[in-house]
Ligand binder design. Structure first.
Ligand code: AMP
Ligand code: GLY
Length: 446
């Protein structure tokens, strides 16, 4: 059988590895817009198009290769309707259709959905539409920001590659600054979400679903900031960790249960709202706060780097999982994971994200045991040399019995990669993990 994978980042390299190790021995067909040397090695067919939303090229590939199943990695093709097209072409697809993908592609849609269906987890929020009278919008937004005691977040409504959210204190100086950005969003998208700034510890909880059953994947914590101690500009994610229980040391079982309960209710509400069956991944960005678990946002796909905390330790056949997901039979297949901690660190070009050094050669020397690497945005020259591009280059995963050991392996592995690269040494270290535990304890005992 042939299995189509759309995308070419490190997340997709990890997905590809899980697909080809299936005992069903599928042939991997990749639809990419860039060469990923790791993924290319795994693929029987590697089709490079101009973009992942070039659906004419995608249709041609599907008609030629006739895959049985497909999984879509990144948000852009999902939001543009890749699943709708693939379903029309008779392919079973692990990704939601365009209408259901609004769960990720519209922040206001999801906030409104939770509110309408009385689902817990929303912060205080208001959605502003493009008013006829700009002055009215200006006054209403300013008043709401003040009502939140100046502790607010401004969210552009559409997909912005992680750059649409601005938080007071981090990216915005105060009400005037926030108002300026909110009006800019209104102008651009016709809609903006203003919400309460939540304080706590964030975690990523992903669930595979066939529209009814939710199968929980190991929970992890991402690190968005470029530099150690969570300083510097935001990135796509510099690394993640997940402990040997598939959770995080600062979370209680009740926190995980709250995330599942919210997700189950959102799934039902979403199916009712769209008249479709959501099929694929519901990835909640949650935050454990003084007042319980709140929802930051949903994504309708696997996380990157979060997927790399999942696939290296997945024991169940991923192809069988996809077969169950696409036929509404996920309840028949409990997912099994190795009881291992995982730490993912991204090696990025020096100067990333603002002034990345592209074109520097990368060499991977011998990796330690328990270490896997996944290629992300690298270039390959005519002689087959791997070079840095302008984005995250290689993800290194350390896998071990506990976090301390997994972090050491990840660190050892990443230091075996030569090139003008940097990474965050602090991710998954005992010092940082302890800090997170203390932080949440302080918040919850205050
Ligand atoms: P998003 O693109 O929605 O994942 O937001 C990016 C980041 O902005 C999140 O990972 C959070 O760190 C932060 N953020 C988003 N919404 C809130 C909120 N209501 N309170 C505090 N931080 C937030
Ligand atoms: N880890 C962030 C994301 O996948 O959006």
């Amino acid at each position: 059988m042939k299995f189509l994978l759309i995308g070419n980042g490190a997340r997709e390299h990890a997905l590809g590895a899980a697909i080809v190790r299936s005992p069903q021995k599928p042939e991997l067909v990749v639809f990419a817009d860039k060469i990923n040397p790791g993924l290319q090695k795994l693929a029987a067919v590697y089709e490079k198009a101009d973009s992942l939303t070039d659906f004419a090229a995608l249709e041609k590939l599907v008609e030629r290769e006739k895959p049985e199943l497909a999984v879509v990695g990144p948000e852009a093709p999902i939001a543009a309707g890749a699943a709708d097209l693939l379903e029309q072409l008779g392919v079973g697809v692990v990704a939601p259709k365009k209408s259901s993908a609004r769960l990720e592609s519209s922040k206001s849609f999801t906030r409104d959905l939770l509110q309408k269906h009385d689902i817990p987890g929303n912060p205080d929020f208001l959605v502003f539409e493009k008013f006829d009278k700009k002055e009215e919008a200006r006054i209403a937004i300013r008043n709401f920001m003040k009502a939140l005691d100046g502790q607010f977040v401004v969210k552009a409504d559409g997909l912005k590659s992680g750059k649409g959210v601005k938080v007071v204190g981090d990216h915005l100086n105060g009400v005037d600054d926030g108002l300026h950005y909110a009006l800019e969003c209104l102008e651009e998208d016709g809609r903006v979400v203003i919400e309460e700034k939540l304080i706590g510890e964030e975690f990523s909880a992903m669930f595979l679903t066939d529209g009814e059953t939710l199968a929980a994947l190991p929970v992890s914590q991402d690190h968005k900031r470029a530099f150690e101690d969570d300083r510097g500009p935001n990135t796509g994610g510099m690394g993640t960790y997940s402990d040997e229980t598939g959770s995080l040391p600062f979370l209680d079982p009740e926190d995980l249960e709250a995330a599942r309960m919210i997700t189950a209710k959102v799934l039902r509400a979403l199916n009712a709202e769209t008249g479709e069956t959501f099929c694929g991944v519901m990835y909640g960005g949650f935050i454990a706060t003084k007042n319980g678990v709140k929802l930051i946002e949903y994504n309708a796909r696997f996380g990157d780097p979060e997927a790399m905390n999942v696939f290296p330790i997945l024991k169940t056949d991923f192809v069988e999982i996809c077969q169950k997901v696409t036929t509404g039979k996920l309840s028949e297949l409990p997912l099994e994971f190795e009881q291992k901690a995982t730490v993912v660190k991204y090696a990025v070009p020096e100067g990333y994200p603002n002034n990345p050094v592209a074109g520097s050669e990368i060499k991977v020397l011998g990796l330690p045991e328990g270490c896997e690497i996944f290629y992300a945005a690298v270039d390959v020259d005519t002689e087959g040399r791997v070079l840095t591009g302008t984005s995250r280059a290689i993800a290194v995963v350390g896998i071990a019995d506990d976090l301390t050991a997994a972090e050491r392996i990840a660190e050892e592995g990443i230091n075996k990669i030569e090139g003008q690269l940097v990474h965050r040494r602090d991710i998954g270290t005992p010092a940082l993990v302890e800090k997170r535990i203390r932080h949440l304890k302080e918040i919850r005992s205050a």
